[in-house]
Design a protein around this ligand. Structure first.
Ligand code: SR1
Ligand code: MG
Length: 419
């Protein structure tokens, strides 16, 4: 226990005694703690995650650790991330209804959130590796990204409320700092925590020698750190989405901050592209069909984003930006303004997409799509395709007309050999 704060990490053994008197929790799982079954299932990089099953039901208890779980206590990390995750979840629940698990209980000192147990949902990344499809996935994700982006910005929010929110989340310093280094900077030099698959050295040398690429990545870091357009999830990859065959939810917004409107959709698309490029190692005869499905999800997610964003533009433009008083009230169509905003979003999104594709193969935290491929000789050429496409996305981010261009590019890279 931390003597000055009272924080103490839960264990499977201590959890019933420590939480067995919390009314919000016993109301959901039952008061008889002797009947509780506790499993620690955290497989992410940072936190403890317990499933508590009792006579009345199940709950998830997520507790922050004072260090990065992936690395150990040599990398301390503030417990306050649970506080920001709690505030992100409450905002996402309003801005994109039915998109996130409901909160049952929050304890700031213990950095602990008790939330709805999603069942039979599993982490989307696992489904993509197994070759499973999720009905309605693209519609759900496109709407989530558009609604949270639009409704968290001054296109929708009143300035005073938005500025207060920016100030609140500005206290989340060390967590975005992980993204600032691991995502935007470390991939482009030989950083201490980096690791990569054997056999990729020639491709990596090419990327790290590309000064224009490093400039673009740093320009995106500058935008990420300085541009508080909207509240972003901040870590929207397929490990932050849980799905059944027909229903999905977004989890884990502890990397929340105010940032660029295109950040979440860009990172999300990158993770679908990595799922796509890794498929030759995971599939058999159904490879082409399944890869086609993944590209279809990317295309439809982006199309839904645009449709939803335009709908919100027409119906919920209540903030200070692009007011009706300047356009519709003057008899002026605001469509060109909306198109210009969307153009800026996609330019950011495709650059961020490329950067995320790089960091997951070059920096500290890789993803299972590639990591589950045991044979480095099979993994390396697939990662090389991903890395090289990432570079083209960063360089040409402003040129792409739509996600159709991106899917076409992915098909081209999927047939290339770089090693
Ligand atoms: C040290 S944390 C590494 C990664 O895990 C999180 O899920 C984020 O993606 C972060 O970049
Ligand atoms: Mg996470």
């Amino acid at each position: 226990m931390n003597e000055s704060t009272g924080y103490e990490a839960l264990t499977v053994d201590t959890l019933p005694a420590r939480l067995g008197k919390v009314a919000e929790i016993t109301a959901r799982v039952g008061a008889d703690t002797a009947a509780w079954q506790i499993d620690e299932v955290g497989d992410g990089n940072l936190n403890l995650v317990f499933i508590v099953s009792g006579a009345a039901g199940k709950l998830i208890i997520k507790q922050a650790l004072p260090y990065v779980r992936l690395v150990g206590d040599s990398w301390p990390l503030p417990l306050y991330r649970a506080y920001y995750e709690y505030h992100a979840l409450t905002r996402q629940a309003v801005r994109a209804p039915e998109s996130v698990p409901s909160i049952v209980f929050f304890n700031e000192v213990q950095a602990l959130i008790a939330m709805e147990f999603l069942e039979p949902h599993v982490i989307l990344r696992r489904k993509l590796i197994r070759g499973e499809r999720v009905e309605g996935l693209a519609k759900f994700l496109g709407e989530f990204c558009a609604q949270t982006a639009f409704r968290g910005s001054e296109l929708s929010m009143q300035s005073a409320e938005k500025k207060a929110d920016v100030a609140l989340f500005a206290g989340n310093v060390e967590i975005p700092a992980i993204t600032e280094s691991l995502v935007f900077t470390d991939p482009y030099f030989n950083a201490e925590r980096n690791n990569h698959t054997l056999g990729l050295d020639t491709v990596i040398a090419q990327l790290r020698a590309d000064v224009a690429l490093k400039v673009k990545a740093q320009q995106m870091l500058q935008r990420f750190a300085s541009n508080t357009e909207t509240m972003v999830h901040g870590d929207l990859h397929s490990g932050s989405i849980m799905s059944t065959a027909t229903e999905s939810r977004v989890i884990d917004p502890e990397f929340v901050q105010y940032g660029p409107l295109g950040f979440d959709i860009g990172m999300l698309c990158a993770n679908f592209l990595m799922a796509y490029f890794s498929q030759p190692a995971h599939r058999g005869g159904d490879l082409n069909e399944y890869q086609r499905w993944i590209l279809g999800v990317i295309k439809k997610t982006c199309e839904t984003f645009v449709t939803e964003f335009k709908h919100l533009w027409e119906n919920e433009r209540t903030g200070m930006l692009y007011p009706a008083s300047l356009f519709e009230d003057q008899g002026h169509d605001s469509t060109p303004a909306c198109d210009a905003v969307l153009k800026g979003i996609w330019t950011d999104a495709w650059a961020i997409c490329g950067i995320e594709m790089h960091r997951r193969c070059l920096s500290l935290a890789h993803n299972a799509d590639f990591e589950d491929i045991e044979d480095a000789a099979i993994r390396a050429p697939l990662e090389a395709r991903n890395l090289m496409m990432g570079a083209e996305l960063i360089h040409r981010a402003a040129e792409f007309k739509s996600a159709t261009d991106i899917c076409e590019l992915a098909r081209t890279y999927n047939n290339k050999d770089f090693l």
